[in-house]
Design a binder for this molecule. Structure first.
Ligand code: G6P
Length: 367
């Protein structure tokens, strides 16, 4: 039947509010409530013995894959290659036997991702796909599928499907790490708890509406916006910048915060707001010092951090959002929701067609 907006102004707003539900549903499918262990059904190969993972996707799904790379490398100690599908399909890279292809797509129909899937399978790699549309072309052509339980996503700009992809990638990381013998029971329990905590923590983000709207009023005045993050918060910055470009038509670039000094620092002045997604773990201090450099050059800092660290930002940031404190493993999921809301609120101020931005399609089935 026809899916309504349930009283929300846009499908995007409705889908943003579905984040907690969707994360919960996806976790229910991947974590056994009795044992609190990740269950990975239908793996296309022995995941304990894969030697490398080749991730590919387009758009937001690619940024989900980038977060997945940080997790799979750091926690599962698995080497990861990642490239956008439109490059991978023509790059003809030497792919080692023992590699696993990992595809990420909401629609399961994106032409470039499908072509990349076929090229990986043609050279004999098993392909595991993380898909929202479980009856799609990619679902049929993959060796195995992990479903994101996000339900239909109508808004062209992806929101809930993206966080569901992150949720699946987080569970996959735990499963692969265990299979590779690099994750002890206690650490697994710690990571699973962090995930199970997410739906209620994600719901808390909606109480920051006023603060995020105030931030959006700064962003909406800008012609260019710089997003900065480090570690797994770097792809979150990329997702935030993409979302802003897509629906508000404001130019935004994401940079790894440590790379700012090699270029974008020359752009910084009071007309270019800096949106920082600040990691809560070991990279907090490093990111802070990058932001101090930006501040010293007149940058207007808009910072997403957590309730425990926010006092460290007050002196340098014009606006801060103190998101719920969660385990550093799942911080990118919480921050993603916040930067997506920022893009939405900015688009509202700009008066754009949020659900149907110009020149974009929900599913790009042509090359
Ligand atoms: C389009 C959409 C994006 C999406 C991308 C990949 O560009 O506008 O929101 O991230 O396609 O789509 P997929 O269905 O493969 O995830």
């Amino acid at each position: 039947g026809v899916i309504g907006k349930d009283g929300y102004r846009h499908y995007m707003e409705k889908e943003l509010h579905e984040h907690p539900l969707v994360i919960g549903q996806t976790l229910q499918r991947m974590i056994d409530p009795a044992t609190r262990k990740v269950v990975l059904p239908d793996m296309p190969c022995d995941i304990g013995s894969i030697r490398r993972c080749v991730i590919t996707a387009c758009g937001s799904a690619f940024y989900a894959g980038m977060v997945g790379r940080y997790w799979l490398e750091e926690i599962a100690r698995l080497p990861v290659d990642i490239d956008v599908a439109s490059e991978l399909r023509y790059r003809d890279p030497p792919l080692e036997a023992g590699s696993l292809g990992l595809l990420i797509s909401q629609s399961g129909e994106t032409a470039d991702t499908l072509a990349a899937l076929r090229s990986l399978r043609n050279v004999g790699l098993p392909v595991l796909s993380i898909l929202n549309a479980e009856h799609s072309t990619m679902a049929r052509e993959s060796d195995a599928v992990l479903g994101t339980v996000a339900g239909p996503e109508i808004s062209v700009a992806s929101t809930k499907a993206f966080t569901a992809q992150l949720t699946v990638l987080a569970c996959l990381t735990i499963g692969v790490a265990r299979a590779r013998g690099v994750l002890g029971d206690a650490q697994e329990e710690e990571l699973v708890s962090a995930l199970l905590d997410l739906p209620s923590r994600a719901a808390e983000i909606f109480s920051f509406g006023e603060d995020i709207r105030a931030m959006a009023s700064v962003v909406a005045e800008a012609r260019d916006v710089l997003y900065l993050g480090r570690g797994s918060a770097y792809p979150v910055a990329m997702e935030g910048a993409l979302k802003l470009k897509e629906i508000s038509y404001i130019h935004a670039e994401a940079y790894a915060a440590g790379e700012m000094k090699h270029g974008p620092i020359s752009l910084i002045d009071k007309t270019v707001p800096i949106v920082a997604t600040i990691p809560s773990g070991a990279l907090f201090e490093k990111t802070l010092s990058n932001l101090q450099e930006a501040k010293a050059r007149g940058g207007r800092l808009l910072a997403f951090t957590d309730e425990r660290s926010v006092h460290r930002l007050n002196a340098i940031a014009e606006r801060t959002i103190a998101l719920p404190h969660v385990h550093p493993f799942v911080t990118p999921i919480i921050q993603t929701i916040a930067v997506q809301i920022l893009a939405y609120e900015t688009a509202l101020l700009k008066g754009t067609d949020v659900d149907q931005p110009r020149n974009l399609a929900k599913s790009v089935t042509v090359e």
